[in-house]
Design a protein around this ligand. Structure first.
Ligand SMILES: Cc1cc2nc3c(=O)[nH]c(=O)nc-3n(C[C@H](O)[C@H](O)[C@H](O)COP(=O)(O)OP(=O)(O)OC[C@H]3O[C@@H](n4cnc5c(N)ncnc54)[C@H](O)[C@@H]3O)c2cc1C
Length: 493
């Protein structure tokens, strides 16, 4: 890792990869990821990705997204996602992504709360198909340095301008400050803070905790989607999702007596509520999902991954009903961004599940999130490239592509050399007065830790740090829930 990059991308899921792929080829990019490259939720997406299949479907796609989102969606964002969808799908296919098709004609499937078939899929491993192809492309880009097991524990910022990221690399005790012209948060959701979640446990909402500390605007952080059907298990591990498209293809939900108790294609929040109510009524820890009711398609061929996983757990989906229960699945809220995926902090962008651009409102329509992540990551990259100085946003001067060499945040080289684009170099201090850079002495690690209500040990130790973050985000989500309830109860008095 160097000391300075044009852009740091935090996260290697679809949002991170699509950002890298849409930045100009001369952009010097650092991409970091907390675990292995495959440890992103993007790899886990099963059901598919929505697309505007023809212009006639626009109104219905728009309305379905809004209805699922309880009409709390930002309409401009929904419009942008739908209009950009075909271009994004074509780009993916150009990258070699294969979707189910019949003699070259794409096949569209359907999931809960969609009024028509408009979802493209690749067996039941759509996310793996898309993400593995994008990651492979990013790894070939000569301008991208990808570092795995490198965790963002903070940002370097002052006066609401983001200057870089403080990174803890696995097995190294001291975090490393890395500077950048722009920082992109593509660091996914918050499932890791829940006991029952379909997400990778490493996704603990770190960017949210950092936002809370630096007063970066968040939106709708109490809007957490519970997926109605994950495979019930007594084990403490990531919950295995039984995709909505299984119900879209005709699987039925049954209570303890084997009777149907609900319309299986209700929006996720309403269906989860109905399942919880049924479990309470029956005094059970799960309900049953009956895939033997699927008659239109061959279940094993259409859902090979689900069939195989259930078999490993002792259920043959062609004969047995499987036990299912709701679990945390998706985060609609997040770091507030505008349509360019710009956060409230200058030079800081966010896209994908970590961000809230308003597409999903209070509840996400199935298979809209891969699409939303891709569309808004692309928008961020295009905006960054067109506004290297972010001058429209901040009205300040920056030094694009300035090379900052041999510099340390913690004061071991007061006069680190610095070189501008024109090749001028001088033994200037990095915090010299030039636009956003100031003469203030850099903070020590212990001082930074104090500011963030952490002990230096918590700052250095990933587990202690994660615990503190979880508690912080958890409290914030519940405070927000309480605030919303108070507002509603006042309204109805
Ligand atoms: C089981 C499952 C099934 C799904 N099915 C679908 C579906 O069918 N269709 C659909 O549209 N959506 C689906 N989703 C949702 C969708 O997969 C995600 O919303 C989307 O992939 C998010 O992409 P992302 O790039 O924002 O985040 P992710 O793909 O989760 O990537 C996050 C990245 O950030 C990194 N990171 C996090 N914190 C840090 C840190 N502090 N420092 C460094 N790196 C960090 C992680 O290592 C990871 O690389 C599903 C989700 C799950 C869990």
């Amino acid at each position: 890792m160097k000391r300075y990059y044009d852009v740091i991308i935090v996260g290697s899921g679809v949002a991170g990869c699509f950002t890298a792929l849409h930045l100009p080829s001369g952009t010097d990019i650092l991409m970091i990821t907390k675990g292995d490259v495959e440890e992103s939720d993007s790899y886990l997406a099963q059901g598919g990705i929505c697309v505007l299949k023809d212009d006639k479907d626009y109104d219905s796609f728009f309305e379905d997204t809004l209805r699922a989102g309880h009409y709390e969606n930002r309409k401009d964002s929904v419009d942008m996602m739908i209009r950009e969808s075909r271009a994004v799908i074509e780009e993916l296919m150009g990258e070699g992504v294969e979707f189910a098709n019949q003699d070259g004609d794409l096949i569209y499937t359907r999931e809960g709360a969609h009024s028509t078939n408009r979802i493209l899929y690749h067996e039941d491993v759509t996310g793996r198909e898309i993400t593995s192809k994008l990651v492979a492309r990013v790894m070939k880009l000569p301008n991208v340095e990808l570092v795995t097991h490198a965790m963002m524990i903070d940002i370097i910022c002052r006066d609401n301008v983001c200057d870089g990221v403080l990174i803890r690399v696995e097995n190294e005790r001291e975090p490393v400050p890395v500077f950048a012209g722009n920082v992109m948060w593509a660091c996914g959701g918050i499932g890791g803070i829940y006991e029952n979640s379909t997400n990778f446990p490493i996704l603990t909402g770190d960017a949210l905790a950092i936002s809370i500390l630096h007063h970066i605007t968040l939106e709708h952080i109490n809007y957490v989607q519970i997926h109605p059907t994950v495979l019930y298990s007594k084990k403490h591990e990531r919950r295995f999702l039984i995709s909505e498209s299984v119900r879209g293809e005709g699987a039925l939900l049954r209570d303890k007596n084997g009777d149907r108790f609900v319309n299986e294609l209700l929006p996720r929040d309403l269906l989860s509520k109905a399942i919880y109510e049924q479990m309470e009524k029956d005094g059970t820890e799960h309900v049953w999902l009956d895939l033997t009711a699927i008659t239109k398609v061959d279940v094993k061929k259409r859902f090979p991954n689900i069939s195989e996983h259930c078999l490993d757990e002792g259920y043959d989906v062609t004969k047995d009903w499987i036990p299912v229960v709701p679990a945390q699945h998706y985060f609609m809220g997040g770091v507030y961004v505008d349509q360019n995926s710009h956060t409230s902090m200058r030079h800081l962008y966010a896209a994908g599940e970590v961000s809230c651009n308003g597409v999903h409102g209070a509840n996400r329509l199935a298979s809209n999130s891969l699409l939303e992540s891709l569309v808004f990551a692309k928008a961020a990259a295009i905006y960054m490239a067109a506004h290297p100085d972010d001058e429209e946003y901040q009205g300040r001067v920056r030094i694009p592509s300035a090379k900052l060499l041999g510099f340390s945040l913690f004061g071991d080289n007061e006069g680190g050399p610095f070189e501008t684009e024109d090749g001028d170099s001088s033994p200037a201090h990095i915090f010299m007065e030039k636009g956003f850079l100031t003469k203030e002495p850099p903070a020590s690690l212990d001082e930074l830790a104090k500011t963030y209500e952490l002990t230096p040990d918590e700052y250095r130790d990933p587990e202690l740090y994660a615990e503190k973050n979880k508690a912080r985000i958890w409290n914030e989500i519940h405070n927000e829930e309480r605030r919303q309830k108070e507002i509603k109860s006042k309204r109805f008095k």
